[in-house]
Design a protein around this ligand. Structure first.
Ligand code: AP5
Ligand code: MG
Length: 212
């Protein structure tokens, strides 16, 4: 099973992927996480990516395609979720050459909602849990009790830029997957639980169809 998660910054791609990973055991490939690992390890790619990520720009297609392919090849499973890729039509075409995707789930959320979420997002540097300041009493991970971090691109200026880039590109990418008949749109303006329930209904519908 191969699932692509699309959606604006803050639409809940990472949160949904964590739920699917916990319940179904799918591997979770987040291109943003791969880049942030490179930044943390101060690799050559990390140094180049940091300058782009902190101002909300995309990294070059060739760089991210190469990193994604390396990650896919390193997995020991054929069941995985790709979160944050593709972000350009060129990336979608590159992926199409190497992979048959089962579902492309597009999370739909308004700018107002995602901006509020991103300005309050906290992530755990240890167990990678994604959470939100609004749900917590303190800035400590509810799962492993490590002090939670803010992301370097969760400030108003970078968020505005990230949304601008998303708005420029998403329609072409959705059209690409619509033609392949694997695109499913999910309303993601409500709670993480609601988004997850809607997702499970879509995945189940396809299972039911295959069984008949
Ligand atoms: P990336 O890390 O992918 O960031 P993004 O796309 O901006 O998306 P986010 O991770 O910010 O949001 P999300 O949808 O995962 O939401 P989350 O679940 O965390 O990429 C970062 C950067 O890397 C890019 O800007 C670019 O520079 C570079 N990059 C990455 N991939 C690239 C590519 N393919 N090509 C080129 N460059 C690339 O949730 C957000 C918050 O909302 C959290 O607080 C969460 O708890 C809360 N929340 C989640 N779901 C819900 C819900 N349903 N209801 C209420 N709250 C919710
Ligand atoms: Mg994410």
């Amino acid at each position: 099973m191969k699932i692509i998660l699309l959606g604006a910054p803050g639409a809940g791609k990472g949160t949904l992927a964590q739920n699917l990973k916990t319940d179904y055991g799918y591997a979770h490939i987040s291109t943003g996480d791969i880049l942030r690992e490179n930044i943390a390890q101060k690799t050559k790619i990390g140094l180049q990516a940091k300058k782009l990520i902190e101002k909300g720009s995309l990294v070059p297609d060739e760089m991210i395609v190469k990193l994604l392919i390396e990650k896919i090849n390193s997995l020991k499973t054929d069941d995985y979720i790709i979160d944050g890729f593709p972000r350009t039509l060129a990336q979608a075409k590159s992926l199409d050459k190497i992979l048959k995707v089962d579902y492309v789930l597009s999370l739909k959320s308004s700018h107002e909602v995602v901006i509020d979420r991103l300005l309050n997002r906290l992530t755990c540097p240890n167990c990678k849990t994604i959470t939100n300041r609004k749900w917590l009493k303190d800035d400590v991970c509810p799962k492993c009790h490590t002090k939670l971090d803010l992301r370097l691109d969760d400030n108003e200026e970078a968020i505005r830029k990230r949304l601008e880039i998303y708005d420029e590109n998403f329609k072409t990418i959705l059209d690409f997957y619509k033609k392949l008949n694997i695109l499913y749109e999910i309303q993601a303006d409500e709670t993480p639980e609601k988004t997850y329930d809607l997702t499970k209904k879509i995945i189940r519908v396809k299972y039911d169809c295959q069984e008949k």
